[in-house]
Design a protein. Sequence first.
Length: 96
Amino acid sequence: MNTSINAVGFNLSEDQQTLIEKKLERVKYADDLIVDLAFKVKEDKKFIFDTTINFRWGASCHVSSDDYDFAAGLNKLMDVMDQKIKKEKDKIQQKG
């Protein structure tokens, strides 16, 4: 899985970068399912998280969340992302 993390309008601190990488460990189970994951964080009064996940079978999904607190917004995003990945995985397993 290729992961790109991009900050827009501000510089990610080392702590924020580490937190994102730590949270992405949560979806490591899907390493073989995901081709790449584009992670974008924008700061505009609050933190806006946008992620595009490209699966190896050609499907892709977009997940986003926002919050005034960086960690809370990231947690929201990871919850939704985890559900989306599991849903895609189940869909593919049912077809196969």
